[in-house]
Design a protein around this ligand. Structure first.
Ligand code: SF4
Ligand code: SF4
Ligand code: FES
Length: 286
């Protein structure tokens, strides 16, 4: 699980079962499942026609990639509701290629130059769209294959249109500018996928006085969904911190109530049965 801010870095990515391994990445085009939260979700497992993805039981397992079975076809990318799957091809000498899910309009054209963004939304380079796939079976999620400078295939995870690239030789990727330029309103994004709450809704709640995760939750329902805030609470904390000018560490964590992860009713029922069979475990009568 991302330790500091809800965003995976490479070291964290290398520890999850969706990472195919550095040796594999250098040898073949392969899917990278950047899924690090134990949420009840598994459409990726059924999406792979080659059986290269396993979630198994319980459904909260992190998905694992079998790199030997993966052929980099990309059929799994658009099936992931968390937009957490990418196909990466680091095998070419001049460029790396990344296939990403893309849900914005307008779509770029093949051949168009775009700004390439890292996982934090920072622009790290210019790139060129090589392929735009709009498959009917993928609903409205397009697949963009983007050619990026050699060495950035494991960094670029989104693109920005139109290209507005400002990465000087002096600054390079580490000093790249932020996605939103000064004074520009950030593009609205979905913050809580379970309850479909947009960033603008969270910001509005904060500006109306919600200063904590629980207060934002009461006003917007963000954090009340199936994942119980596992996906969105850190993002919301960051937005509260940005809006209130406080460090994230000073934003009070939300209340958590048991069970802390989904539990089958049969498991609870079994505990009742066990108690009946074993009177020693019964609470003392008064
Ligand atoms: S890229 Fe294709 S083969 Fe690889 S895991 Fe996804 S669906 Fe399966
Ligand atoms: S979020 Fe995506 S990668 Fe993770 S389990 Fe769900 S479908 Fe699979
Ligand atoms: S994303 Fe699941 S509750 Fe917010």
């Amino acid at each position: 699980v991302p330790e500091r801010d809800g965003l995976l870095d490479l070291a964290e990515l290398e520890r999850i079962p969706g990472y195919p391994g550095k040796g594999v990445l250098l040898k073949k085009k392969v899917a990278v499942l950047e899924c690090a939260q134990e949420i009840p979700c598994n459409p990726c497992e059924a999406a792979c026609p080659r059986g290269a993805i396993t979630v198994g039981t319980p459904i909260t397992n992190l998905p694992a990639i079998n790199a030997d079975m993966c052929v980099g076809c990309g059929a799994c990318i658009a099936k992931c509701p968390g937009l957490a799957i990418f196909v990466v091809d680091l095998t070419h000498p001049g460029y790396d290629y990344v296939t990403i899910p893309y849900e914005y309009l307008p779509l770029p054209d093949a051949g168009q130059e775009v700004g390439c963004l890292d996982r934090r939304g920072r622009q790290v380079s210019a790139g060129r769209v090589r392929q735009v796939l709009c498959h009917k079976g993928n609903d409205k999620t397009a697949l963009l294959t983007v050619e990026v400078p050699k060495g950035l295939g494991m960094d670029v995870r989104n693109v920005r249109l139109p290209a507005s690239v400002d990465v000087s030789a002096e600054t390079g990727p580490a000093g790249a500018s932020s996605c939103s330029s000064e004074g520009e309103e950030p593009v609205d994004v979905l913050v809580c996928r379970c309850e479909e709450v947009l960033r603008s809704g969270v910001v509005a709640a904060i500006r109306e006085g919600a200063a904590s995760l629980d207060a934002v939750k009461r006003r917007t329902r963000a954090g009340m969904g199936l994942c119980q805030g596992r996906n969105c609470s850190r993002i919301i904390s960051r937005i509260i911190a940005e809006e209130s000018g406080r460090p994230v560490s000073e934003v009070a964590p939300g209340s958590t109530r048991p069970p802390v992860r989904p539990v089958k009713l049969s498991a609870l029922a079994r505990r009742d049965d066990e108690s009946e069979e074993n009177p020693a475990e019964e609470p003392p009568s008064h």
